[in-house]
Design a protein around this ligand. Structure first.
Ligand code: MN
Length: 290
């Protein structure tokens, strides 16, 4: 592919995130100073101080030498945050850059190099995306890395998903369960927006490790989200759900009263829900969701 394909894709990712003009221009130019004869001064003259500052920030992040080890992860993230100076757009462009690199990583034939990049991405860029609230990027990065670092485990989880789908038809039940949940809440006078999704292999694997469950014990592959207009209604929705469906012990988590350190807030619970399916439910307000 021509070299321009990569910066164009990075700019497109940034445009999809609805970032501003300067971020998108930086996406187009992010590799120029590092990979071509163009200097930072050239960029400044043609595109102005802000774009020059952003391109310089992205270039500097690329030059930091990261050590791959779990203990150093925090230190690496701090380094990156310091290096981005006072403009978060530097990190957003860098994340879009890494996301596109990971989407195209199969073009790297050297397996060692692939694994090294995947490990760095999993230990550094995925937590960083989570830290600044880019949930979708985090999820995609984690799942690509999982496939490179633990292809066998990922494959066995994917196969288990398939057999659960066949046995219980869980994925086909998503619209039916959404409907049931919505009705259950509505009957109690609570207006809520309900959506459903399939879980990713990586998040499932993390949960298996955390809860020490085997692949045979794995039974839930779908998760639901209930969005309401205020905090009070989050707890009302929880009350309605827990009195209607049987709750699985030790699954309830209140991230509204104790938010995660990236500011994430929601109530999490797992119940034997509509159609007797074990389902995970997250409850939050529109504001928390945004
Ligand atoms: Mn790049």
């Amino acid at each position: 592919e021509p070299y321009i394909a990569h910066p164009l894709s990075v700019a497109a990712i940034l445009a999809d995130l609805r970032l501003d003009l300067e971020s998108i221009v930086t996406g187009l130019l992010h590799d120029t100073v590092e990979d071509t004869y163009v200097t930072l001064e050239d960029v400044r003259r043609e595109f102005g101080d802000t774009v020059a500052l952003l391109v310089d920030g992205v270039t500097k992040i690329s030059q930091i030498k990261f050590r791959n080890s779990v203990e150093k992860q925090g230190e690496n993230i701090r380094k990156m945050i310091v290096s981005m100076g006072k403009d978060v757009r530097v990190v957003l462009v860098k994340l879009a850059d890494r996301l596109h690199n990971m989407r195209t990583i199969d073009f790297i034939s050297n397996q060692e190099k692939k694994k090294r990049i995947a490990l760095e991405t999993l230990e550094l860029y995925a937590p960083l995306s989570e830290r600044i609230g880019m949930q979708q990027i985090k999820t995609e990065l984690q799942d690509i890395c999982f496939g490179i670092l633990n292809p066998d485990i990922r494959e066995s989880i994917v196969q288990r998903f398939k057999s659960i789908e066949l046995e219980s038809g869980q994925n086909k039940l998503i619209p039916q369960i959404i409907n049931e949940l919505q009705k259950t809440l509505e009957v109690q006078g609570l207006k809520a927006e309900v959506s459903g999704r399939k879980k990713t292999p990586y998040s499932t694997w993390m949960k298996m490790k955390q809860k020490n469950i085997s692949i045979e014990q794995l039974s839930d592959i779908i998760a639901f989200r209930v969005i309401v207009n205020n905090v009070e209604n989050c707890y009302r929705a929880l009350g309605i759900i827990h009195t209607t469906y049987k709750m699985i012990p030790d699954t309830f988590q209140d991230f509204i009263s104790t938010p995660k350190n990236n500011g994430y807030q929601s109530l999490h619970t797992v119940v034997i829900g509509p159609l007797l399916q074990k389902v995970e439910i997250q409850i939050r307000t529109y504001k928390m969701h945004d």
